[in-house]
Design a protein around this ligand. Structure first.
Ligand SMILES: C[S@@+](CC[C@H](N)C(=O)[O-])C[C@H]1O[C@@H](n2cnc3c(N)ncnc32)[C@H](O)[C@@H]1O
Length: 420
């Protein structure tokens, strides 16, 4: 995992954000079990005739508990494998206002993280770095029914919801159940890359960047096609998980998780809700990764806005990414800058601007129509080579009665070889 250089203050911010994210992961189980207790309380309130009609529900709740414990075990393994990119002990001397437990010198171990996570104060107010919940297509009970934080858990419930979103992202990227969605979103991009770079050489593979790479499957597939591929991702929720799957899984179907247990809504049957999913669906060691494949942690604007990135990429691939921007024109400007003259930008995704309804007084959100996105792109030297619409879902439960469909824009733009 690569990361940008940070000032000390940025590093402290990163440590705090990481601690909060790890707390969220480790509180997954408590939060999910609290939901099950809620279901049981509702069941208890039923009249005896209604209880008699639904005698299987108590055992469904027990099954949910077993599934939660299996998911929690997967998460614990993931956290234990995680090697924090920063020295977590730094927080100890900097955070004068915090009353969180001081951590000893040296690298934080997984058990330190867990212990620390358990003692984490829930009153933190800083924003987490994962912004992709707007794509989570189905209602997750806790975020809709509870206030922002719960004193009985150690982290705001909104963070726990992010963990549930990650579990759905695991299916999109790393399970057989996600294949249909990957064929809708990733396959057209991969075919386009093959069409645009027919004569790839193993000695000098074209360089392809995937900003907002999520859990890394698309970046990996691009690497397997013979590109020097780099995924960029700024959410540690995502990075912790992708690093575990990419670096620590050894066999196909090594892990079983239960991604659909967190919503009782729109299920055709309890079996559907309780069905397991095996991950990963491929054997990573023999997938055919091209040397140089990497995941780079950090904000796209910060990392690739750097002058040293100028004119270094043959291709930039954005999938469900450009609408994560506060200012999409800034993303486009940077994509244009980092591409070599004649380089290509392939994009697939909707314009569900992530900050449209949630930005603070000091922030901004520019929500452009597709026409205006193209206008800005042309201004920065792009020419449109291909344009289509792709109907797709994002992290959808294929067996749910509710499916959110996007008519995603799909295009290839080429950076002009000479200044216009
Ligand atoms: C909707 S997800 C799409 C993930 C992946 N491309 C896919 O199709 O599954 C958008 C991703 O972009 C990441 N992201 C958002 N803003 C970012 C930024 N400024 N720099 C890097 N990554 C960012 C989010 O953390 C999230 O993982």
């Amino acid at each position: 995992m690569e990361g940008p250089c940070h000032s000390r203050e940025e590093e402290i911010m990163e440590i705090r954000s990481l601690r909060r994210i790890i707390s969220a992961y480790l509180n997954y189980s408590d939060a999910a079990l609290a939901d099950v207790k809620r279901y049981e309380r509702s069941f208890k309130k039923l009249s005896s005739s209604h209880k008699a009609l639904l005698p299987h529900l108590p055992s469904k709740y027990q099954s949910l508990r077993r599934c939660i414990s299996i998911n929690a075990n997967f998460i614990l393994n993931m956290i234990q494998a995680f090697d924090p990119p920063v020295d977590m002990s730094l927080d100890a001397d900097f955070d004068e206002h915090s009353n969180t437990e001081m951590i000893g010198n040296g690298q934080l171990t997984a058990s330190d993280l867990k212990r620390n996570a358990e003692s984490e104060n829930c009153s933190e107010t800083e924003q987490s770095t994962c912004h992709d919940d707007s794509y989570c297509s189905e209602a997750i009970p806790s975020s809709n029914t509870c206030a922002n934080s719960s004193p009985s858990l150690n982290v705001p419930l909104v963070d726990v919801d992010k963990v549930r979103c990650i579990i759905r992202n695991i299916v999109r990227d790393w399970a057989l159940e996600g294949k249909k969605e990957r064929e809708e979103c990733y396959k057209p991009i991969l075919e386009e890359l093959q069409r645009l770079f027919p004569d790839r050489s193993a000695d000098s593979p074209p360089h392809c960047l995937v900003p907002g790479a999520g859990l890394g499957r698309l970046a990996l597939e691009i690497s397997c096609l013979g590109f020097l591929s780099q995924g960029n991702e700024f959410s540690y929720y995502m990075m912790i998980c992708s690093s575990f799957i990419l670096n620590y899984t050894e066999a196909v179907g090594q892990w079983t998780i239960y991604p659909w247990i967190h919503s009782n809504c729109n299920s055709l049957s309890d079996e559907d809700q309780l069905r397991p999913v095996q991950i990963p669906d491929i054997h990573l060691a023999s997938a055919g990764i091209t040397e140089g494949f990497s995941m780079c942690a950090g904000d796209f604007v910060e990392v690739y806005g750097d002058a040293r990135q100028e004119g270094t990429w043959d291709a930039v691939v954005t999938c469900f990414f450009i609408d994560t921007a506060h200012n999409v024109a800034e993303y486009i400007k940077i994509i244009a800058k980092i591409l070599k003259p004649g380089g290509v930008w392939i994009n697939l995704g909707p314009l569900l601007y992530h900050f449209a309804e949630s930005y603070g007084p000091d922030e901004m959100s520019l929500e452009l129509s597709l026409d205006d996105v193209k206008k800005v792109s042309f201004h920065y030297g792009f020419e449109l080579e291909m344009e289509k619409t792709v109907a797709t879902t994002y992290t959808s439960n294929p067996r749910s009665m509710m499916q959110v469909k996007y008519n995603a824009a799909f295009w290839t733009m080429r950076k002009r070889r000479t200044e216009a």
